[in-house]
Design a protein around this ligand. Structure first.
Ligand code: CO
Length: 134
């Protein structure tokens, strides 16, 4: 079921400052910021060849990463995203295995315009897992 690692996401309090660190200190190419109001975040991507790094900044009231940044004010690793061939089949398999799918289990459109789901971190060794339709 599990495919390749699509990205590792890092929550940051200041997207412009974090992008500058990746661009200038690490010498990486950083995409333009993209607002995702449905997910309550603004993001950039950094392509590192074998995978991507996603930097997330809160957007609007009640952002899902606001509480995380309260606990980790300087930012931190927020989630990992794996590709799956069939997101609905993956969801049904996970639910049947007792894993908790966040929200109502209906995939939302993610940053790449593809369906995504999030899985409860308590079921995956303390790591929030995103699944993206390959
Ligand atoms: Co993500």
């Amino acid at each position: 079921m599990l495919g390749r690692l699509n990205h590792v996401a890092i929550a940051v309090p200041d997207l412009a400052a974090a992008s500058a660190v990746y661009r200038e200190t690490l010498g990486a190419r950083v995409t333009a910021p993209q607002a995702l109001p449905e997910h309550g975040v603004t993001i950039v991507f950094i392509d590192v060849g074998n995978t991507k790094i996603e930097l997330l900044e809160p957007l609007g009231e009640g952002s899902p990463i606001a509480a995380f940044l309260e606990k980790n004010p300087s930012g931190g690793m927020h989630h990992v995203c794996y590709e799956v061939d069939d997101i609905l089949a993956a969801r049904d398999h996970l639910k049947a295995s007792g894993a908790r799918v966040l929200g109502d289990g209906t995939p939302k459109t993610g940053a790449h315009g593809k369906p995504v789901l999030f899985l409860h971190p308590k079921d995956f060794m303390g790591t929030l897992v995103e699944l993206e339709q390959a």
